[in-house]
Design a protein around this ligand. Structure first.
Ligand code: MRU
Length: 351
């Protein structure tokens, strides 16, 4: 009998996205963990709406969903006109691009699909080529996550306690996860104390990371975001491991709101700080974190209903990402290797 419950689990069975002939099946993450429902989206507009409303979220998963959205757009546009579909599909790509602003994987994936569109011979169906590219983006993301999981776990070694933020697992990616992939790999090697922040205001930690880890039978402890300082002061964790929505060329990293606070706390307490993200999250056109657009969502997502309305004197500010300066990051793990102390050299080595 093993003392590591992870060994008894079915590893990484959760999938946020599944392709079918009818369209893209999207696991509605707004309803997890109470309800596990897939919705079938058969149009690009439907996929854009699924991204904007956070049925699917997490930078790599958003990019993959958008790639499948382009396949759906091509199917419809080519059926309408085998001659003019390239002009018509440009509008669908704009709609997909407008679904969320911060995760660069969305724009990266759309660029990949644009190249296939440009290379499609006039009069021939673009669908097989686009579907092959979307499936490759999906599969390559899982492979990258597995590689990063092992590399991150090697770097962390024997550390007994780790803290993660938001949800960066299979729900946020093609599968396995970025930061949560490292935690999967760590826990396969030996039992660890895994802590997950609740991740206010949308509770990706309390709802999604907790659910995903429970599916894999990885024991974990939830904390309120505001408990992280005390946890570090009591030496409960040696590493903070997070994902990324966009990494600037100098290593500054945008991720879920609260990441920056964790990095400041980590530095204060001598806790190491690791970012895990595929190179599709690195934006070579973005020089520093100052150039990253921070999404601000509807304040009603967390404003108590009694304060909503024209008579209310209470408003809310709802930025959903922040930027952690490279100087607060010890290592950025990508599928092409790890960048230690990114403030020294930026991301050049993996670009
Ligand atoms: O607003 P979300 O839930 O899309 O934000 C997700 C995050 O910030 C994740 O940490 C990030 O996308 C990395 S996921 C592998």
């Amino acid at each position: 009998m093993t003392s590591n419950p992870y060994h008894e689990a079915v590893e990484d069975s959760v999938r946020a996205l599944r392709w079918s002939d009818e369209g893209l099946l999207v696991l509605d993450q707004r309803r997890l963990p109470d309800t596990c429902d897939y919705h079938c989206h058969s149009t690009a507009t439907g996929v854009a709406e699924a991204i904007a409303t956070m049925q699917v979220r997490g930078a790599p998963a958003i990019g993959i969903a958008a790639a499948y959205g382009v396949v759906l757009a091509a199917r419809a546009r080519f059926a309408q006109s085998a001659d003019d579909w390239k002009q018509a599909i440009a509008r669908d790509l704009e709609v997909l691009a407008a679904s969320r602003p911060t995760a660069v994987n969305l724009f990266w994936a759309l660029d990949q699909m644009r190249s296939v569109i440009a290379a499609t011979v006039p009069g021939t169906s673009p669908v097989p080529g686009l579907l092959a590219r979307a499936e490759a983006i999906h599969a390559e993301d899982v492979a990258a996550n597995r590689a990063m999981g092992e590399l991150g776990a090697d770097l962390i070694g024997e550390a007994a306690g780790v803290l993660t933020h938001c949800n960066t697992g299979s729900l946020a990616t093609g599968g396995y996860g970025t930061a949560l992939g490292v935690i999967r790999s760590l826990c396969r090697r030996a039992r660890r104390d895994v802590y997950a922040t609740e991740t206010r205001p949308w509770s990706q930690g309390a709802r999604l990371t907790a659910w995903e880890l429970s599916q894999d039978r990885i024991p974990a402890t939830l904390i309120a975001d505001s408990a992280a300082g005390l946890l570090m002061r009591r030496q409960g964790v040696q590493w903070v491991i997070v994902g990324a929505d966009r990494i600037a060329a100098n290593g500054d990293t945008a991720n879920k709101i609260g990441t920056y606070s964790l990095a400041v706390l980590a530095r204060q307490h001598g806790v190491k700080f690791m970012v895990v993200a595929p190179t599709s999250t690195v934006d070579r056109n973005c020089r520093s974190g100052k150039d990253i657009v921070i999404e601000e969502r509807d304040p009603r997502e967390f404003l108590p209903p009694c304060f909503i309305g024209s008579n209310s004197t209470i408003s809310a500010w709802n930025p959903v990402f922040d930027v952690t300066p490279a100087a607060l990051i010890d290592v950025i793990v990508t599928e092409r290797g790890a960048v230690r102390n990114p403030a020294n050299s930026g991301m050049q080595a993996v670009l």
